[in-house]
Design a protein around this ligand. Structure first.
Ligand SMILES: *Cc1c(COP(=O)(O)O)cnc(C)c1O
Length: 454
């Protein structure tokens, strides 16, 4: 087999439909529940927050949903994205494994997030929304939504987790260049923010708190809706353009993955890469092992409980069945801001329960070591989030070296780390620490999750 360094598709090969895994699930997803009544919610309950088109996609049983032409036109600014063979990393590791990575860092904001930001803003614009609110941690999602809002001429208001607002000023600048308004969360602008600040004026914030603020702001204004960058079914579905391209790219060079690895914060880049491969696996066409990698400091899949919990910190957002660390989880200050959410996508959680995907947790020191090794070999600086997938990939490549197995590994390099120099600085200065989420915390979190049958 000829050795390729990268596989690029023509613009005409961008997928024209998203893949919806829901009709292919061996058992259906548990329903979403109302946060007050604990009864299943209907479309009308969600209408204050989301446009009808997205509410429809959230529960759709159609296997494919056509990507609107206006969305495809914007996707063409950076899609199809390249699939790389990490030849130089393989050499550095002296492994017989063949390592491929699908690189989403070529998007305008440097991550996979615009794949869903663009269609979300498009459907809102179609239905007359004038303003979108959202939360952001490290700022990847906020900048993606700000970019998409600039494309469609919609206002964008972002609540950014306080600690990131302080530590990552350049992401805020990027959001403001795109025309967004950015607040540090918890803020004084919402009841949720004021309540948290009254308890803890120095609160570092969390994604759950920022979600509460953005949801409250959208629920209180007619022309305003809310947008979430991960976790929800429609978000994971929009991200399947990644996997659809990768299926074609791998096939075009006659390769099939033995192992797929993605980092999981809310599950969207992982779902986006893996679901089209899972479809092929369920159809008996290939049989890759599919693995989620999360930080030891925020281990929802490996240590959390599978239970109904709120999507936000204060219990305003709907309840979903997912792996959770408890909605009031305030994570240790690890640098992978995108992986510090208390829960996991219901789809990924369900697949984990069904045994169709596996999960592993890795500490941030090993992740940064591997990210630096990756950069020296491949020239691309990974964001701290996908460094988790890279660390797992390297573990596997070293196992393959020991066993002599020519394993084919495909990983999602879902973003570059050009805005994360502070994190790399800490690593190079030897200041990074590992955090292990304690077992007692899992038990006390469970007590705070309302008991809901299901
Ligand atoms: C947001 C983000 C993540 C975490 O979100 P997922 O929904 O799990 O993908 C991971 N990596 C990058 C680069 C991100 O921007």
């Amino acid at each position: 087999m000829a050795e390729v360094t990268k596989v690029v598709l023509a613009e005409s090969e961008i997928p024209e439909a998203w893949y919806n895994i829901q009709p292919d699930l061996p058992s259906p997803l548990p329903p979403v529940l109302h946060p007050g009544t604990h009864q299943p919610i209907g479309p009308d309950d969600l209408a204050p927050l989301f446009p009808m088109a997205l509410i429809g996609q959230e529960v759709s049983q159609d296997r494919y949903i056509d990507i609107p032409g206006a969305v495809l036109d914007i996707y063409k600014m950076w899609r199809p994205t390249p699939l790389y063979r990490a030849l130089r990393l393989e050499k550095a590791l002296d492994t017989p494994a063949r390592i491929y990575f699908k690189y989403e860092g070529v998007s305008p904001v440097g991550s996979h997030k615009p794949n869903t930001a663009v269609p979300q803003v498009y459907y809102n614009a179609q239905e007359g929304t004038k303003r979108l609110t959202t939360e952001t941690g490290a700022g990847q999602w906020g900048s993606a939504l700000a970019f998409a809002c600039a494309q469609f001429g919609i206002e964008c208001e972002v609540w950014q987790v306080a600690i990131s607002f302080q530590q990552k000023p350049y992401r805020r600048t990027l959001m403001e260049i795109f025309g967004a308004t950015v607040h540090s969360s918890p803020s004084d602008l919402t009841n949720a923010g004021r309540t948290i600040r009254a308890q803890d004026p120095e609160s570092p914030g969390s994604l759950g708190i920022a979600i509460s603020e953005a949801v409250e702001a959208a629920a209180g204004a007619d022309d305003t809706k809310y947008s979430l960058g991960s976790v929800l079914n429609h978000v994971l579905m929009h991200q399947t353009v990644i996997g659809e391209e990768a299926v074609k790219q791998m096939a075009s060079i006659g390769e099939q993955p033995d192992l797929l690895v993605g980092c999981t914060g809310g599950g969207s880049n992982f779902g986006g890469l893996s679901f089209p491969f899972l479809r092929e696996k369920m159809a008996g066409k290939m049989s890759p092992v599919i693995r989620c990698v999360e930080p030891t400091a925020s281990p929802s899949l490996t240590k959390g409980v599978y239970a109904y919990d709120f999507g936000d910190a204060v219990g305003m957002a709907p309840m979903v069945k997912m792996h959770t660390l408890g909605h009031d989880f305030v994570p240790d200050p690890i640098h992978a801001g995108g992986l510090r959410y208390h829960g996991m996508a219901p789809l990924v959680s369900h697949l984990k329960e069904l045994g169709l995907v596996e999960a592993e947790a890795i500490g941030q020191v090993e992740c940064f070591e591997r990210a630096v090794q990756f950069t020296r070999a491949e020239g691309i600086i990974p964001a701290p989030e996908p460094s988790h997938a890279i660390a797992s990939t390297v573990r596997e490549a070293l196992k393959a070296k020991a066993s002599g197995e020519e394993k084919v590994i495909l990983t999602a390099l879902c973003g570059h780390g050009h805005f994360d120099m502070g994190a790399y600085r800490s690593f190079l200065d030897g200041k990074l620490e590992d955090y292990e989420y304690p077992e007692e915390a899992v038990r006390s979190a469970m007590e705070k999750i309302p008991a809901v049958i299901g």
